[in-house]
Design a protein. Structure first.
Length: 99
């Protein structure tokens, strides 16, 4: 059995969970969920969120904005049992079914 090692410097009690109960993310120093990108619904006091050098605001990162546009504009496969999306050729990238 593998041993799970937690970072001793991480303050688990002070983290703020995403407002979306179906999301597993936590709120970053920019006030957005680090998993889904949604803004936090509640009030955040100063010092409640530890600043992180790894957090990059989406507005400052055009790659994230481009990826988000692609995500929002995707066309899902018509087969509800398939997890694929329709590619530029009009076929599902997973199962090959046409739109």
């Amino acid at each position: 059995m593998a041993e799970i090692i937690f970072d001793e410097n991480e303050d688990w009690e002070k983290r703020i969970l995403c407002s979306d109960e179906s999301c597993i993310g936590t709120i970053g120093s920019d006030g957005l969920c680090q998993e889904c990108g949604k803004p936090y619904d509640g009030k955040i006091s100063n010092g409640q969120i530890k600043n992180s050098d790894q957090v990059i605001a989406k507005e400052k990162n055009p790659v994230n904005a481009e990826m988000e546009d692609d995500w929002n504009n995707r066309v899902l496969c018509s087969d509800e049992s398939c997890i694929g999306v329709i590619g530029s050729d009009g076929k599902c990238k997973e199962c090959g079914k046409r739109l």
